[in-house]
Design a protein around this ligand. Structure first.
Ligand code: SF4
Length: 205
């Protein structure tokens, strides 16, 4: 293996270790209703070709330590046309949320947004260690803002998916909370998803 590749992998491992031991948000999380400790869910290797850029882990993922081990993950895998085994193949798929830890709930029991400090502290460094990414799947407004530099309504960004395909696909969050959105926007499943699945298949084979 070339020396540069060895160095890249080694440095990525060091970065992952540093993120896993991060406790920047400890006080913030302790003040939430769940009073939980930080548990960064770190899931990438430098060889990944597909990046799933999400929001932040939910409570189930906080408990499992694996990304998207929840109904949102089931829906996201269906959107991508990936089996669980393929989705969790770190050599090909990286899952990098804008917040690595579960942020807690707001008063309506919805997840709080990812702490901005997380993206500012870690995201640029992580992206430097993902040189082979050829498809970015941007799940929700926070990832879309970071990766596209665009702050706008998610529906409009997703509706304009052809402006970014096939390298980037903005998606709504696959949460059950967006089931109504999917019904109101049938073009998403009819037009966007077949193109996204074809692109994923191309990169996974
Ligand atoms: S959310 Fe990010 S910045 Fe906050 S403790 Fe977790 S890894 Fe650290």
């Amino acid at each position: 293996m070339p020396v540069s590749k060895v160095e890249t992998i080694g440095t990525a491992q060091q970065l992952k270790d540093r993120i896993r031991s991060c406790r920047i948000c400890a006080e913030r999380f302790a003040a939430t209703a769940t009073a939980h400790d930080p548990r960064p869910v770190v899931w990438f290797r430098p060889s990944a070709r597909i990046l799933i850029a999400g929001q932040a882990p939910g409570l189930r993922v906080h408990e499992s330590g694996r990304p998207f081990t929840d109904p949102s993950g089931d829906r996201l895998r269906a959107w991508l046309g990936l089996t669980e085994a393929a989705f969790y193949d770190k050599d090909r798929v990286a899952v990098v949320p804008m917040g690595f830890c579960f942020p807690g709930y707001n008063g309506k029991k919805a997840d709080l947004p990812p702490p901005a400090v997380c993206g500012k502290t870690w995201h640029d460094q992580v992206m430097e260690h993902l040189p082979d990414v050829r498809l970015k799947v941007l799940v929700g407004a926070h990832a879309q803002r970071y990766h596209l530099g665009i702050k706008g309504p998610v529906t409009e960004l997703v509706r304009g998916w052809r402006d970014h395909a096939p390298q980037v696909f903005p998606l709504p969050h696959p949460s059950w909370r967006n089931t109504g959105w999917l019904k109101k926007n049938p073009w998403f499943e009819a037009e966007l998803l077949p193109v996204l699945r074809a692109r994923v298949k191309e990169l996974m084979t």
